[in-house]
Write a protein that binds this ligand. Structure first.
Ligand SMILES: Cc1cc2nc3c(=O)[nH]c(=O)nc-3n(C[C@H](O)[C@H](O)[C@H](O)COP(=O)(O)OP(=O)(O)OC[C@H]3O[C@@H](n4cnc5c(N)ncnc54)[C@H](O)[C@@H]3O)c2cc1C
Length: 494
């Protein structure tokens, strides 16, 4: 750990400043030798930009920011950091919503944005090999221009968000109902380990094709959900899909919570959807960009309680699409839910559903604070999770409940996401946000859901509730891979 010099700012708006390492000048010179003068920063204004994010998490100043352009440069940075025992935090856009790229123990931020090449697209085997800094905008634009018959999957995050961190963090996307979280899209990867070796994992370790994680021991898991604690992934092979010839989106708007979730379970099992999401009224008002004072913190009589969005597609024929529509209509009728074509729902919503989608409206709520507890769990507990989340929000009436649930892998599991918009300039509101987060995590874990992409305090709660040998096993792996504890230290409380 780089020692703490001081903490400035009141509770709720803290900034931790770490002491400079004694050989700061010598390390700076070595970093400049590796990446060039233009790509190393150690001035306080530049470092401040990387110290915090939009969440409630305490900000920490890094000591250096470096922006390598090759795996070879990443390797040299890690070898230097390992020799000098300086913390290293990989970074692309910092929009993870869990404070995960905040340098808890100071050290070097490795900004990977310059590593933005799409190295290969294999049309016949349906994958792309990308570098660590490729964004969702990059991959979409590249495929649209060069391989218009192929698509990747997209998030609700900013198009500037990194594809690699998203996959490593098990993100939720437009094809989640079909395939699961984005970890399922990873065919293999190349990474620089904390001790400097460059390794390949997946079929690419043995074959010249990055076609799959099968049939070797699946070591991709050593990098996923570890929040950058086990190495820096420099290349990732992602699964692509043929672009469907036909697509459709249907919406259900309902006040019947129980029926809506039952319908959601059945729609998952029907195996016809690419994407299946439940938005609550609060989130719908927010994403169509109504400021807090207009949207209010109470549901008005006219707005439906629940919105179900169903995205479906057909690769070959319109008949395939129509068959899916028929199944959706039958199920909607069974639960007496009215069905809308999304085009008829209104401009605000359709705007949000276009790819790349963005939840930009969420940022109009107060000066910029946004955070969340997202949890994965069984679809059978959707309704209970929804009730728990609403109950927690009801204890904190200053926050509008923003909820959405999602179905993964045709109903094999689901997500309940609770987003919290808050005023970052109001220390009291930040404190209450932290309280709400703890209550939400506890409530959802009590019913069998597991929060993911979590800040340290919540990660520690997760590990405390886990089989003690699981936590021990994680520690053993971390120590074996990173004996000097340099990679994103402090995450998961490790
Ligand atoms: C409004 C909004 C909506 C969002 N909607 C979604 C959504 O629909 N679905 C979803 O999944 N997410 C969503 N997110 C969360 C987030 O934007 C995504 O998960 C995003 O892809 C993370 O990428 P990033 O570039 O911000 O990663 P960063 O924040 O830069 O990094 C995230 C973590 O990954 C580590 N890391 C980064 N690069 C590497 C690497 N090469 N090797 C090892 N570790 C690495 C970092 O150290 C950090 O721990 C949303 C966020 C916002 C603000």
């Amino acid at each position: 750990m780089v020692e703490i010099e001081k903490t400035v700012g009141e509770e709720g708006k803290e900034l931790v400043i770490h002491k400079k390492i004694p050989n700061h000048g010598a390390v700076l010179k070595e970093l400049i030798d590796i990446v060039g003068e233009d790509y190393v920063m150690d001035g306080s204004a530049s470092l401040f930009v990387y110290s915090g994010d939009m969440t409630e998490n305490v900000a920490h100043m890094p000591e250096f920011v470096v922006a390598p352009i090759t795996a070879d440069e990443v390797q040299k940075i890690i070898l230097l950091a390992n020799r000098e025992k300086i913390p290293v935090v990989p970074f692309v856009s910092g929009s993870n919503l869990g404070g995960l790229a905040i340098p808890l123990e100071g050290g070097i931020i490795v900004d990977l944005k310059r590593m933005n090449k799409i190295l290969e697209v294999n049309e016949r085997d349906l994958y792309a090999i990308i570098e660590a800094g490729v964004t969702f905008a990059d991959i979409k634009d590249y495929l649209d221009k060069n391989h218009p018959n192929l698509v990747y999957t997209y998030t609700y995050a900013t198009p500037a968000a990194g594809v690699v961190p998203n996959a490593l963090l098990e993100g939720l996307v437009t094809l989640s109902a079909k395939y699961g979280a984005t970890v399922a899209f990873i065919n293999g990867l190349e990474a620089v380990l904390p001790t400097g070796e460059i390794v390949k994992v997946g079929s690419c370790a043995t074959s010249k094709y990055w076609f799959s994680r099968n049939p070797l021991p699946d070591l991709v898991g050593l990098f996923t959900s570890w929040q950058g604690m086990t190495g820096i992934v420099t290349k990732l092979a992602i699964q692509l899909d043929p672009k469907p010839a036909y697509t459709g989106i249907k919406m259900i708007m309902s006040d019947e919570v129980h029926e809506s979730f039952q319908l959601m379970e059945e729609l998952g099992r029907a195996q016809i959807l690419d994407n299946l999401i439940m938005f609550n009224w609060g989130l719908v008002l927010a994403v169509i960009q109504m400021p807090r004072e207009v949207a209010g913190s109470e549901k008005d009589e006219a707005s439906p309680t629940i919105y179900l969005e169903m995205d479906y597609s057909a690769i070959n024929t319109i008949k395939e699409l129509e068959a899916k529509e028929e199944i959706i209509e039958t199920l909607a009728k069974k639960y007496e839910c009215g069905l809308w074509d999304y085009k008829d729902v209104g401009d605000g919503i359709t705007k949000v559903l276009d790819v790349p989608m963005t939840f930009a409206g969420l940022f109009t709520h107060g000066p910029g604070g946004l955070t969340w507890i997202g949890a994965y769990g069984p679809c059978s507990q959707y309704e209970t999770a929804y009730n728990v989340a609403n109950e927690v929000f009801s204890r904190h009436p200053r926050f509008t409940p923003w909820l959405y649930a999602k179905t993964f892998k045709h109903g094999h599991f689901g997500a309940m996401r609770t987003l919290i918009g808050f005023d970052r300039s109001n220390a009291e509101e930040v404190r209450e946000t932290r309280e709400l987060m703890r209550e939400m995590a506890k409530g959802l874990m009590d019913i069998g859901y597991i929060p993911y992409k979590t800040p340290v305090e919540i990660s520690e709660m997760v590990l405390k509730r886990s089989d003690p040998n699981f936590a021990l096993f994680m520690k053993k792996i971390k120590n074996a891979l990173d004996p000097n504890r340099i990679m994103n230290p402090g995450r998961w409380g490790l």
